[in-house]
Design a protein. Structure first.
Length: 463
């Protein structure tokens, strides 16, 4: 239960992008200019003033397939970064003014990312390292946490081994050619980007698929072998067997049921392919190969008459591993913090959508229709959201403004927040300046990227 003396924010209402199952013909999304700021914090919660949010496929999928939303409007969104402006009584890992990133449990409206202030559990957020802008930190959330849940919970790999140098295991050096393979289908998706980086750190060789325009990028993240995702699927499976000597025992699919099926085929191995290539048709290791289909389960079990291994398909779950599981979530975000500080993890590339919260609906449409090039995360700057008077003068019509239901904060917490706001405004301006410079650099990189695009069907979103 919330404590009566926990922090309550001075700002009573804020801007929030609400979603609901819409009446026929209407948009599911609506910007509320006067939505109540979540006001009471539990012991282990923090209040974050968000400066950037990032867009996920989940955000449009939830609306399109009606999961996670109902007829009552709520705040969606999972990824963001900002500054802590309120602390629950028992929060130890953070202080007011800390810059942080999050992967929100958007089943709760007060936690949803698409609003200016949101409440989060202190064990599920990470510090933003000094060398990263909030814009970059906003790209980490779902991609990085999904990769962590898949690797360290679903597959059960040891999180501690991320702390070891990548060439060593139990003190002995592993030669590059002896490292096991990990197949990542959809290497240039945001989850793929973080999976590649982590798999390399864990001592795997990585084989993945991506559009040719992204091959250099995914190689730069550490992928050893990159295949053209547009090739014939039968040929792709054969190419993977060839590149890995038919030895892949772990695969993660980030695309959907059809490609999960291809991963399954790869994992089964092929005795006929092996006999053609003079390899033994059995393996000493009889444990099943492991498939993590994060974006859709295989449609049907492939024919296993030629298989040399059984395949275990494992379900990924945030609710049973990450949300509400501080012993794991805290260890994961702390490990990430250390890797980010050492620059062993690099955030995904960024594309800024226009209009802040008002640009999210279009951004999600672009994501849905495959118009965002791989390895780019769409990010919205909340301060770009037009204020109500601007919106009204643009539209020339009156708007219904939501009534804010407000809880008045204590004097102590108001003072606390005001002093943080002064300090963080200054820091915010500094980081904003860094962000602007970086966005400019990103844009020039994007232009190169577009000029060399080999995938003509890809429309390009202007930042
Ligand atoms: N179950 C969970 O908890 C969970 C968690 C996170 C994500 N997901 C789901 O996983 C999926 C991926 O999420 P994300 O955020 O990583 O997506 P994303 O960044 O939007 O991925 C898009 C990229 O995927 C690549 N791609 C698409 N089709 C492909 C294919 N046939 N073969 C290879 N690559 C392909 C494309 O790369 P190129 O540009 O190189 O073609 C595209 O740019 C989504 O459906 C998401 O909802 C599920």
């Amino acid at each position: 239960m919330p404590h009566s003396h926990t922090h309550t924010h001075t700002k009573r209402s804020h801007r929030a992008l609400l979603a609901r199952i819409p009446p026929r013909g209407q948009s599911a999304w609506k910007l509320a200019h006067s939505h109540p700021v979540p006001s009471a914090l539990e012991d282990h919660q923090v209040l974050i003033e968000t400066s950037y949010v990032a867009l996920n496929p989940f955000d449009w999928q939830g609306v399109a397939f009606k999961y996670g939303i109902g007829e009552e409007a709520k705040v969606m969104g999972r990824d963001g970064a900002g500054v802590i402006v309120g602390l629950g009584d028992k929060v130890k890992r953070f202080q007011l003014g800390d810059r942080v990133w999050f992967c929100a449990n958007s089943s709760v409206s007060g936690t949803g990312a698409f609003q200016e202030y949101s409440v989060h559990s202190d064990s599920e957020i990470g510090h933003t390292p000094d060398h990263l802008s909030c814009q970059e930190a906003a790209t980490l959330g779902t991609g990085l946490i999904t990769a962590g849940v898949a690797l360290f919970r679903t597959l059960g790999l040891p999180l501690e081994s991320l702390a070891l140098p990548r060439t060593e295991e139990h003190g002995s050096k592993i030669e590059e050619g002896e490292k096991p393979w990990m197949l990542i289908w959809g290497g240039a998706g945001i989850t793929g980007v973080y999976l590649i980086e982590l798999a390399r750190l864990l001592g795997y060789r990585v084989i993945c698929s991506a559009s040719p325009t992204n091959h250099a990028y995914v190689r730069s993240l550490g992928a050893d072998v990159v295949l053209d995702r547009w090739s014939d699927p039968v040929q792709l499976v054969q190419e993977i067997r060839k590149a890995t000597n038919d030895s892949v025992r772990i695969a993660i699919d980030n695309v959907g049921g059809t490609t999960a099926n291809l991963c399954h085929q790869v994992l089964q191995g092929s005795s006929s392919w092996r006999s053609e290539h003079n390899l033994p048709s059995t393996e000493t290791d009889s444990t099943p190969a492991k498939l993590v289909p994060i974006a859709g389960t295989p449609k049907a079990s492939p024919d296993d008459s030629d298989a040399i291994r059984t395949v275990e398909s494992l379900r990924i779950s945030f609710s049973t591993t990450f949300y509400g599981h501080p012993e794991f979530s805290e260890a994961l975000v702390d490990t990430y913090e250390s890797l980010l500080n050492k620059k062993l993890l690099t955030p995904a590339r960024i594309r800024l959508v226009q209009g802040g919260l008002t640009g999210i609906e279009k951004g999600l449409e672009d994501l849905r229709h495959g118009r965002v090039p791989g390895g780019y995360k769409l990010v919205a700057r909340l301060s770009d959201t037009p204020h109500l008077d601007e919106a009204l003068s643009k539209q020339g019509q009156s708007h219904e403004v939501e009534e804010a239901v407000v809880k008045v904060g204590t004097k102590r917490s108001r003072d606390q927040v005001e002093s943080v706001q002064e300090k963080t405004q200054k820091r915010g301006r500094e980081h904003e300046e860094i962000s602007r410079k970086r966005t400019k650099e990103e844009r020039s990189v994007e232009h190169d990227h577009e000029a060399h695009s080999e995938t003509p069907t890809r429309a390009v979103i202007m930042a």
